[in-house]
Design a protein around this ligand. Structure first.
Ligand code: LMR
Length: 407
């Protein structure tokens, strides 16, 4: 037989736990189907529009841009500056101010999406500390597990929710941190925990940061939903808590959700060192990883964000756009809880404790399949549904479908 036949040793893999469900949704011919599978903002008409500020920024870029030459390995310095300002802005401070504890010890890298930033963070850990185990919450965004497995590191799981599913299991989380080995890393969702929507309070973040630092754990903060919980600054409580305790940590940020730049693949990795020289050292290793992965980042998404955040008027408009998305999601959450009660599905009031795009129904695979097959309602594992995909038209339909499968 000629040829290499690379596929001979393997079987085809199942589809991705989130994108695979979207593919199946798209192939479903039923006209009344409802897509609540993926964390994508939708408006009342069910579409995911380009933000007005993004349109304006693109108009300006089209008129002013003169080249498509490479960006530096770490990305566009103007983009890195505005992202530092967004991530490390003190509460109540004017734009451009940074938390005093930043004091020169934060380096930034532009990444292809939040996923690129998480992957880079995990690769950095496995390169510099191959013996480290990487802790993820149970449950978590499935791609956390996939990224850790792909890196070759051992994934460890810690608890997130209380037994009734209504609250954070803070004792369980702190116990897991205390039990981890010094040098391990832990991926933590800064806000809008995916898939549960249940977040620590600022006081709990301080406890988590104190325990992680005492134990010598490297926090990798996944900050994909900044602005979708309680506000752009409010949602950064985790970042401030880890800054205060003074150790090193990494923050993976995404422009997919709060700028609705999903397909531009724009994100950032913030590298916080114990001091400026440690941050510079880590940055040099991150740049070496980038050079052999994507070499230097795609430019357009970052240029859009620079246009918006560097112009006080556009920035103010964008903050209103984020507020509007957040408010619609919160209203949908309340409407879902009410509709579930009206549909006789029982008491789901604990879902109101959640923040951000996701609510977790805690369904088993058979119930999820019935939602899909009998009711054309698509959710992902454990019955995670995208609250942002609800509309006044589909909420009663979805509530009735859930009532039928939990009966
Ligand atoms: C999600 O969790 O649905 C989103 O973060 C999209 C993705 O990349 O999985």
């Amino acid at each position: 037989m000629a040829g290499s036949n690379l596929s001979a040793r393997v079987q085809a893999l199942p589809g991705d736990p989130i994108f695979g469900v979207v593919e199946r949704f798209k192939a479903d011919p039923r006209p009344n189907k409802v897509n609540l599978a993926q964390g994508v903002y939708m408006d009342e008409s069910g579409s995911t529009p380009i933000l007005g500020t993004v349109r304006e920024a693109e108009r300006r870029l089209l008129a002013s841009s003169t080249t498509k030459v490479y960006k530096p390995i770490a990305g566009d310095p103007r983009y890195l500056e505005v992202m530092r300002a967004i991530l490390f802005r003190p509460a109540g401070a004017p734009w451009g101010d940074l938390e005093p504890a930043v004091s020169g010890r934060v380096e930034m890298v532009q990444t292809p999406g939040g996923t690129g930033a998480i992957r880079l963070a995990v690769e950095l850990v496995t390169h510099l500390r191959p013996e480290a185990e990487i802790w993820i919450s149970e449950p978590t965004w499935p791609n956390h597990r996939q990224i850790v497995d792909e890196s070759g590191a051992v994934a460890r799981q810690h608890t997130w929710l209380s037994a009734d599913g209504a609250r954070l299991d803070i004792e369980g989380l702190l116990a897991a941190i205390d039990a981890a080995r010094p040098g391990d890393a832990m991926i933590l969702h800064a806000s809008c925990h995916n898939p549960t929507g249940i977040d620590p309070t600022p006081a709990q973040w301080s406890e988590i940061a104190a325990h992680a630092t005492a134990r010598g754990i490297l926090p990798i903060i996944d900050f994909a939903y900044q602005g979708f919980g309680d506000g752009l600054v409010e949602d950064a409580a985790a970042v401030r808590a880890f800054l205060q305790v003074g150790g090193e940590f990494l923050v993976a940020s995404s422009g997919s959700k709060n700028f609705a730049l999903y397909d531009e693949r724009i994100g950032a990795l913030a590298i916080v060192g114990a001091d400026a020289s440690a941050a510079t050292t880590l940055l040099s290793h991150v740049k070496a990883l980038v050079r052999t992965a994507w070499s230097n980042p795609p430019a357009h998404g970052g240029e859009i964000i620079v246009e918006i955040l560097s112009d006080p008027k556009l920035r103010a408009e964008w903050e209103l756009e984020v507020t509007a998305m957040r408010t619609r999601i919160a209203d949908n959450r309340a409407a879902l809880v009410a509709a579930l009660a009206a549909a006789g599905a029982g008491d789901w009031s604990h879902l109101a404790n959640g923040r951000g795009m996701f609510a977790l129904l805690n369904l088993d695979d058979a119930q999820i399949a019935r939602l899909r097959d009998d009711h054309a309602v698509y959710v992902v594992a454990l019955g995670r549904l995208n609250v942002a995909g609800l509309t006044s038209t589909n909420i009663p339909v979805v509530a009735k479908a859930i009532a039928a499968v939990v009966a």
